[in-house]
Design a protein around this ligand. Sequence first.
Ligand SMILES: *Cc1c(COP(=O)(O)O)cnc(C)c1O
Length: 397
Amino acid sequence: MTDAPRKLKPATLLVHGGTTRSSFGEISEAMFLTQSFAYPTMEAAEARFKGDDPGFIYSRFSNPTVAMFEQRMCLLEGAEAARATASGMAAVTAAMMAQVKAGDHVVAARALFGSCLYVVEDLLPRFGVSSTLVDGADLAQWKAAVRPETKLFFLESPTNPGLEIYDLKAIADVAHNAGARLVVDNVFATPLLQKPFDFGADVVVYSATKHIDGQGRCLGGVILSSQAIIEENIHNFLRQTGPAMSPFNAWVMLKGLETLPLRVGQQAASAAKVADFLAEQKGVTKVLYPFRKDHPQAELARRQMLGGGTLVSFLLESKEAAFRLANALQVVKISNNLGDAKSLVTHPATTTHQRLTPEARATLGITDGMLRLSIGLEDADDLIDDLAAGLAAAGRG
Ligand SMILES: *Cc1c(COP(=O)(O)O)cnc(C)c1O
């Protein structure tokens, strides 16, 4: 029943970290599909409810398999505490709702995952929490948005689908000077390629659905923070409202974490290669990849990320060309998901961002000709051949 010590490197922590074993001594993490736990005596039940005995009570708020996943995520992220949730959106919603009350104010970058935008723009105001959306790249806008009642800053970097990079350190400083906390949705960067706590983030959230599972199977989410914030704000909210991760999904995520460095390393290398290929093609008007020299914030990306990530966005002339390209792909599948072993292409303007007005899309740089690629584990040369065939089809318009 030992945790891996902190000095081990991430790849090792991701294989061993957080593992606890039952009396059978199983090597692979056990899946505890149980709702509740038996107490040997009434006194033991009393002690557990009082918090004098740290054992498990009920899987809505704690379960041995889920706890292993939470502990492994803590070791990876360098966080004191974590709570797993049923989905990434459950993590985002809980991280926000559990830290604010009526009368408070939230500032968020405008370039947010669609459902995160709903939480900030529509849901919070219904409960008396006002919000301001800013251009995340413009530090002056973050500063100007601050009010005495501002409690949270919220952002994603790189953004979806524009892959814009925000200066985490500078934004965290503005938040802290205002007495607010910074919450970072770190999905696009992955927990390996960006460490928001190193730049001052107070809370980090993930959709584990993406790279953490990594093979497109289960939904999941996780909230990481200090012991104090998890205990004071997050734990009770989750315990009483119940967006719990299932032990089955926690087990899938634990196994996913074991291969995370191999997968993300391979996917990021292929993404860089695909981005370089696309940049040379006639018909491609722009390629967005954080570690390419032509990325507007390439220098900042290299300062705060350890790799360019597994997503590539690029622009064609028109929606028709984008559709012809995507429809001609044979290896890459059409899907709005990301972080899967299978490469996926999506057309943000007509899917994930179709609810936005054309003006709002234009502000975010989402043109009708934009495609977003999530690079999977196929051979990069096959992906490039597939895209070459797609580009040929696009050009035949
Ligand atoms: C997918 C995603 C979410 C939501 O996660 P789910 O697991 O689908 O609920 C939130 N933020 C970002 C950046 C995402 O990519």
